[in-house]
Design a protein around this ligand. Structure first.
Ligand SMILES: CC(C)(COP(=O)(O)OP(=O)(O)OC[C@H]1O[C@@H](n2cnc3c(N)ncnc32)[C@H](O)[C@@H]1OP(=O)(O)O)[C@@H](O)C(=O)NCCC(=O)NCCS
Length: 189
């Protein structure tokens, strides 16, 4: 089990960071294969860094590198206030396959949850699992996520599937759903 040497850092899109992000994504080929039917693509870091849901701005997008010591071993993509103002959408949490099953994902998630709570505007975290990647569902349910019953169609290249939506209410959410999105930023490291 990983302990004190794990940190999350918000990425700023610098060249070296993007190179590391691309390496980490390439070190998780099983995930790419399951959701795209293809090996990781050369532009995956760029698309992870820049993809934005409709109607959101980059002020609400946070891409993190997960670091074990100085080495990037994973990444996460978080959107504040999507699809509802009081929901944080975790678009991706990924750990390099070399580092999976060592507790990094669970601990990184705990940091992300803390980060979301620091905003003071979100009362839940949402995750969409593509059914072709259903093997990870126990990871989310063990963290307190439950299926909302919402299913969305998913299509990428040769993969036709559906997205199963999970949400986790945040403990002690101090405000009702639909509260203002005004917030301050917090940092984990
Ligand atoms: C999902 C993911 C982030 C988990 O990270 P991880 O560091 O391997 O997870 P942890 O070691 O913290 O696991 C915590 C618990 O989750 C469960 N778990 C983790 N991965 C699992 C898997 N593939 N299948 C079933 N259970 C899993 C285990 O119960 C584990 O507890 P245990 O080690 O005591 O058995 C990682 O597998 C990953 O990056 N997968 C590819 C990307 C992906 O699918 N992300 C989710 C998109 S929705």
């Amino acid at each position: 089990m990983i302990r004190g040497d794990l940190t999350l850092r918000a990425l700023a899109g610098e060249t070296e960071e993007m190179r590391e992000l691309q390496r980490v994504l390439e070190e998780a080929p099983t995930y790419a294969q399951r959701i795209t039917g293809l090996p990781p693509g050369k532009a995956d870091a760029q698309s992870t860094y820049s993809a934005l849901p409709e109607g959101k701005s980059y002020d609400d997008k946070f891409v993190f590198g997960i670091f074990r010591g100085t080495e990037m071993v994973g990444c996460a993509d978080l959107i504040r206030g999507y699809p509802r103002p009081a929901t944080a959408m975790l678009g991706l949490l990924l750990v390099s396959e070399r580092h999976q099953h060592q507790g990094i994902g669970r601990l990184a998630y705990a940091f992300l949850e803390q980060f979301v709570q620091g905003w003071g505007v979100c009362d839940r975290i949402r995750v969409g699992v593509v059914r072709t990647n259903k093997q990870v569902i126990p990871f989310w349910t063990q963290l307190g996520f439950a299926a909302t019953g919402e299913l969305r169609p998913y299509r990428y290249a040769s993969v036709t599937s559906e997205i199963v939506v999970f949400e986790k209410p945040l403990p002690d959410a101090p405000f009702p759903p639909g509260a203002s999105t005004a917030s301050s930023r917090a940092s984990l490291s």
